[in-house]
Design a protein around this ligand. Structure first.
Ligand code: TYD
Length: 212
């Protein structure tokens, strides 16, 4: 099973992924947790280029192709082999991030981005996607607090430095995109505490694991 997590900054994706990992371990399910950008060796180099504040002058098109390159390498080298070994694969961000950030956020055409994603994922689409949804104001506050705590503010702050307007477009974009893919994308309210949020995720995952 291939599961992806999506959402704006500060929705608590990492916390929920950790809780899901504990749960899968309890159930004896082999799993692999990975992320984008940066899930492969080449991807880690691309991640630095993409997220570093020095890359402020990157054009939307260049950014797009680097995310797609990261994804193609990630699918081929990490995700597909793990799925072939029967693991549950969980990716912190995947193809929907490109449609939403580069599309709804930066203004590239979402449908064209979806087609480019088809090339990058080469048939390896997630079985389900959890979209953690939160008001951009609360999400950004949480993300800033985390970055300060983890000392991440300086090197990887390019997206957190975007305007609130940008994050609003991204949030709305996610909801629009989810409404077009209701079979796959499950919208989960990320405003309540972590345990309550995880209950919703657990219900979705249990249903998926019970499928033949
Ligand atoms: P990251 O530090 O992983 O942030 P988060 O904790 O929010 O996941 O940064 C990834 C950033 O890259 C995030 O702001 C979204 C952006 N992004 C895109 O713009 N397009 C993409 O295709 C992907 C995968 C990420």
């Amino acid at each position: 099973m291939f599961l992806t997590f999506e959402g704006i900054e500060g929705t608590g994706k990492s916390t929920q992924i950790r809780m899901l990992v504990n749960y899968l371990e309890q159930r004896g399910k082999e799993h692999l947790v990975t992320l984008e950008p940066g899930g492969s060796r080449i991807g880690r180099e691309l991640r630095r280029m993409l997220l570093h504040l020095e890359s402020r002058d990157i054009t939307p098109e260049t950014e797009l192709f680097l995310y797609l390159a990261d994804r193609a390498q990630h699918v081929a080298q990490v995700i597909r082999p793990a799925l072939a070994r029967g693991k549950v694969v969980i990716s912190d961000r995947f193809a929907d991030s490109t449609v939403v950030y580069q599309g709804y956020g930066r203004g590239l055409e979402p449908r064209l981005l979806h087609q480019l994603n088809e090339v990058a994922v080469a048939g390896c689409w997630p079985h389900a996607t959890i979209l953690l949804d939160i008001e951009p104001e609360s999400g950004l506050n949480r993300a800033m607090a985390r970055n300060l705590r983890e000392g991440k503010a300086v090197e990887e702050g390019r997206f957190e430095a975007e305007s609130l307007e940008f994050h609003r477009r991204v949030r709305e974009g996610y909801l629009t995109w989810a409404s077009l893919h209701q079979q796959r994308i499950h919208v989960v309210d990320a405003a309540p505490g972590p345990d309550e949020v995880f209950e919703s995720i657990r219900t979705i995952v249990d249903r998926l694991l019970a499928r033949p």
